[in-house]
Design a protein around this ligand. Sequence first.
Ligand code: FAD
Length: 385
Amino acid sequence: MVQESKLNVGILGGGPAGCFAAYFLKDFCNVTLIDFSNLMRTILPTGGGRCNLAYSEFDFRELAKNYPRGEKFLYSVFSRYSTAETIETFEKLGVKTYIQEDYRIFPESNSSKTIQDALVKSINGVNVKREKGLRIELKDDKIKLITDMNSYLFDKLVIAIGGHSNFEIVERIGVNIIPPVPSLVGLVTSQNLKSLAGISLNNVSCNGYSGDLLFTHKGVSGPLVYKISSLKARDSKPYSLLFDLYPNEFDLQQLLNNNPHKQIHNLLSDILPKKLANYILSISGVDSEIKCHMINGVQRDKILSSIHEFKVDVIGCNRDGEVVTAGGVDLIEVNSKTMESKKIKGLYFIGEVLDIDGFCGGFNLQNCWSTAYVASNAILNSNID
Ligand SMILES: Cc1cc2nc3c(=O)[nH]c(=O)nc-3n(C[C@H](O)[C@H](O)[C@H](O)COP(=O)(O)OP(=O)(O)OC[C@H]3O[C@@H](n4cnc5c(N)ncnc54)[C@H](O)[C@@H]3O)c2cc1C
């Protein structure tokens, strides 16, 4: 990363992607980093305040499988910069990390603030402007950025505005945006599940995936649901989901035979939370008070299907998860080896502004670190003769 004359590089957006790019570029370019708010503020809520910054998968093709949108595009990105490089860079920034049992990677401090502090410190000396980018104009081989306070002429402009802002600033210069929809969210169901709110079940399965399920006032949530919401982010609603609430082997007829005088709700409460057991009986049309020996074959099968094929109709999203955006800058228009726009020379896209999103597990931040590195490296190499 050595070069001769210094390029003027603008970075719009001071979140994880923008700050990471500023770190790689600052010693070799004149970098101006523009954000209308505090740098790295968006890292603070990540990982429940602990910042799950990466995932312990060191094979880049395997890692890319965790991105419902962007998998193929990321092959090239991750082959250049992936999990090992992320750990190494943070180590250089003074942040030691550890791998949790479930392969997710966190800072040893278990605090997102550590990541914010380290990155903000690492870009000390960068020209930081607290301004809002409003418009981009193309001027010969330069790119003009107009903010609410100034205008700048850059050799290169890196767009790192994330997935939650207005994409109009890039749409106006002809960049195609895949319409954004929420991913990694809770789901709102047409069924009223309020009476079950707060109940959490382990190892529920749905659509070939298994994980924890949480009932909420509006529907369903928890890690399994976040994954499903990601896979189905572009499906039109309503759609139905079938959960197996108790995938373990159990013989209900045997249990009924062994407990003839037990009320059915008490029997089911041995395997499911009490309120859920009652709910299962009510949707099965079975009186919860009746004794086990009174349950006939039809009722038994109805109870079993209510447990193993618990149906919900999804009518909306509830923004209670990581809430990332599926959609953004169309990957067809971006060179995956450089992150440069194929249409507009000198314009780069990194992080969540791209039509890339992953599951929960550190994948979305990994996208930020990796695309920021690839863009920075390409910018630096572009200035070497
Ligand atoms: C609650 C929550 C928890 C999460 N937990 C995790 C986790 O543990 N692990 C993980 O991998 N991912 C997690 N994510 C996702 C992750 O935080 C995002 O994918 C990541 O922050 C995206 O980084 P970014 O730099 O691309 O965009 P952002 O973080 O959105 O940053 C964009 C920046 O650009 C600025 N900006 C936008 N528009 C303009 C403009 N016009 N002018 C000037 N500035 C502008 C914004 O102020 C912001 O600072 C979580 C998300 C949420 C909401």
